[in-house]
Design a protein around this ligand. Sequence first.
Ligand SMILES: Cc1cc2nc3c(=O)[nH]c(=O)nc-3n(C[C@H](O)[C@H](O)[C@H](O)COP(=O)(O)O)c2cc1C
Length: 363
Amino acid sequence: MQPDERARSAGRSHLETLWRRGSDLLGTEYAILGGAMTWVSEHTLVSAISNAGGFGVIASGAMSPALLDEQIARTLDATDKPFGVNVIIMHPELDALIDMCGSRGVTHVVLAGGLPARATIERIKDCGAKALAFAPARVVARKLVRAGIDALIIEGMEAGGHTGPVATSVLVQEILPEVEEVPVFVAGGIGRGEAIAMYLEMGAAGCQLGTRFVCATESIAHPDFKKAFIRAHARDAVLSAQIDPEFSVIPVRALANAATKRFVETQRAVIARYRAAEISQRDAQLEIERFWAGALRRAVVEGDIENGSLMAGQSVGMVTREQSVKAIINELVDDASRALHRSEKLGSTEAGGVPMIGAVSTA
Ligand SMILES: Cc1cc2nc3c(=O)[nH]c(=O)nc-3n(C[C@H](O)[C@H](O)[C@H](O)COP(=O)(O)O)c2cc1C
């Protein structure tokens, strides 16, 4: 065995131990979730992630129950491995979507878009599925645990799409040592296996990545959308700008483009009309909110990368080429294994092996 191969296989068993709680909950080989991405995470990408040993999640977004039924059926046709469905809690047909998951035997439902009601969590569990939800703060994590959630995802502001105000590096310190009742998965800004290893060593049960999977060969995102990701650097993935504290803007991280600039100009013009008493505050707020309607579809499906929304996380700088899902997952697992082997070796050296420079006794 080559030294590199030896390092990987030694670290691999440590990796399996560290994420066992996560992989047991998901029913997968690897505790790596492919975060649901509206318009991107459909049956092809989701089944590819699950077939490669990870956990694919269908993004139901604004889908009707009938459309979700079709997506679940096509995913079931393509994989016999576990996968999940992400539902947005504001969806007007939330209960019907959950019941649809139940009737199709979906094993995991991920609740997104805010704090879910206890009744929603119970509905999922009554269907025989596990309920997962996002916890953007320690107090929310505690509430969700009390409400019976099966697992949590903590997602920092580095993530692509709708995001919270706190960095992943801070959330993990606040939440991981405090929440032991359920497995906690970490998301936001993860581009390589070394970061997965680091969060696992801090107590995470696994990790969720979105941005890294956008340019997978199996992703149906438009070729121009993928090219924009491959060209981009971390600093290009910016938060939507709010120019006036009186008019809220939903924080979304996306690649800067012509639409990003026009959004600021639109806010300025709309707020000026409000100040001139030409429109009400409510109408002004609605006009600002409507700006991005349909924009993600425009970019992902139609490839309009200047006028659409290029939702992407800061890890976009680590997306350098199109790769198969299997190659992406294998790379993440190998890098995580190597990193764990390095830290194990370091630990054993410090514990009694070769003395470290500067630690030579003067006695
Ligand atoms: C294009 C895009 C669309 C997304 N859509 C959703 C969504 O519909 N529901 C959701 O819960 N998260 C959504 N996310 C967040 C991802 O599921 C995932 O948590 C996030 O991408 C992880 O951070 P990363 O981008 O740094 O890997 C989206 C992210 C991206 C990049």
